[in-house]
Design a protein around this ligand. Sequence first.
Ligand SMILES: Nc1ncnc2c1ncn2[C@@H]1O[C@H](COP(=O)(O)OP(=O)(O)OP(=O)(O)O)[C@@H](O)[C@H]1O
Length: 604
Amino acid sequence: MTKTGRHSPLHSMFGNLAFLLRKSYQLDKSIVFATIAHIPVIVLLPLLAAYLSKSVVELVTDASDAGTLTVYVLSISAGLLAMHWLNMYIGAKIQFRAFYNRFLYIGLSIDKVMNTDYDNIESNSGQHKMDKANKAMEGDDTGTQQFFAQLVKCCSNGIGLLTYSAMLNFLSPWVVLLLFGSTAINYAVNRAHNHWVQRNKDNWVPLERKLSYISKKAGDFEAAKDMRIYGMSGWFRQVSKRLLGERLGWSRKSERRGFIVDVLNVTMTVVRDGAAYGFLLYQVTHNGISAAEFVFFFALITQYSGWLLGIIDSFNALHKTSLAIGDMRDYLDMPDRSNRGAGAALPDASPEIRFENVWYRHDSSDDATIKDINFTIRPGEKIAIVGMNGAGKTTLVKLLCGLYRPTEGAVIAGGRNIASYNRDDYYKLLSVVFQDIYLMPFSIAKNIALCEAHLIDRERLEHVLKLSGLHEKVQSLPEKEETQLLKSVRDNAIDLSGGEKQKLALARALYKGGSIIVLDEPTAALDPIAENEMYLKYNELTASATSIFISHRLSSTRFCDRILFLENGRIVEEGSHAELMALGGKYAGMFELQSHYYKEAVGV
Ligand SMILES: Nc1ncnc2c1ncn2[C@@H]1O[C@H](COP(=O)(O)OP(=O)(O)OP(=O)(O)O)[C@@H](O)[C@H]1O
């Protein structure tokens, strides 16, 4: 949808600048000091040069001797050279620190993405905020890196402008008025253009996100098989071409407007300078100002337009920077609704879990995914949740984990609403194997223990490797549990098969030793022998924990104490395997359907 309506940024320009100054002062004081030191140097440099020209003309017209002239010129030139060196030194220092600062902000963004509430980054609005914020941090030309250079330019241009205005006032206030008035017009035009860009960003940021997804996926090894077998490359190219076309359409609009703004700026500058020089010549011919004064004022007027253009450019750049910083703040300030402060004490043993009238609706959906769910899992009880694809099983697990907050109702663990626990404390209770398994380019040991090598409990590691069925495989590798994973990142690494990854994820959950164990389709990729071994060991795996087992293979539910059958977000049947079979309802129907093929195969 195209949006061209006006909407104001949430943060004011000065609010954003104050934020960045304050934050940068906390993170890296030296950049703030370098910025302050750079401003007077930039203002004094051209003034010194103008003064040098004026003095030389004065000495020549006063017929001073060559010796005085040489000493004078040499000393002012030495001063100028020293100022230039200082200017370059501080400029380089600011550049380097700004680069470093940008990485500090990237660090803040990484902290945010890793720590903010899960639903903040899963939602479309959260993703959108993250994309816009990343634009303030990705690359040398972005808000967080450019801010200090632009601030230096803006302040030095501002101070230069005031100083030169005061001096040109001696020549004529009309010159100052002419120079100043025309600048105000330039500024207004540029500001309107920047606002247009900001207002319309929402039209192209989603396009860029899609384009970036396509370029990532096209080069992603994981997608390489499907790309080839399903001949997706032509289709990808078409989608990419269409998106690029839309994106270029917006670029064209923006460039066209930018071009008109540039033409206006240049025209105003030429007219302004022409009028000022004309006035100066008139003063020479009619009011008899001296040659030295002419040279001095000429230099001032020339530099004045430099300050003026500089102030327009740097103020506009600062304004752009501020908008980008506003985007970053919108993202960094995204509030967490979960409890991040002191929370209730965690239960000592495996807790009772209760869902009380729980409803959940995804932001992007009209219908609720979870509808008025009520159930209790006793401490240490083993529950199976079954149901068709999309019934809401994983959503239920995310609610239990506190990754989603119920739209209505409450999830109770250990007698308390889980919202009353500190969020990160509560996570300590949980050992979860999700369907999508996340491996990192570290050793197998680190992938299981998720900590530095010296902190790994080796006995525990060995134990969980055996329990998860991965021990034999690990022992067969030359470097055993120190074998590195992810070939796409490390040369000396290996990749695990789908089933081995699932075993590793189980080992990770067991190593953590949470008192609530949730296994979401943990056997989907296991061979029948490995699957059977896991069922046999299930009591040992989940000993002393309250556990939830989600599976489509209904044979697996027999070792659970109770089964919840979920359909369209509601629990429609509940009981032990025997009870549900006796009921002859949906569970029994599904079980019969699955076992039918096995019976047929063995001729039962
Ligand atoms: N982030 C989301 N935004 C909108 N809808 C979602 C989101 N995540 C899941 N859904 C929808 O919620 C419904 C339940 O999804 P869920 O993953 O809980 O099902 P499931 O029972 O675990 O399915 P499966 O057996 O296939 O794993 C689905 O219809 C799905 O499309």
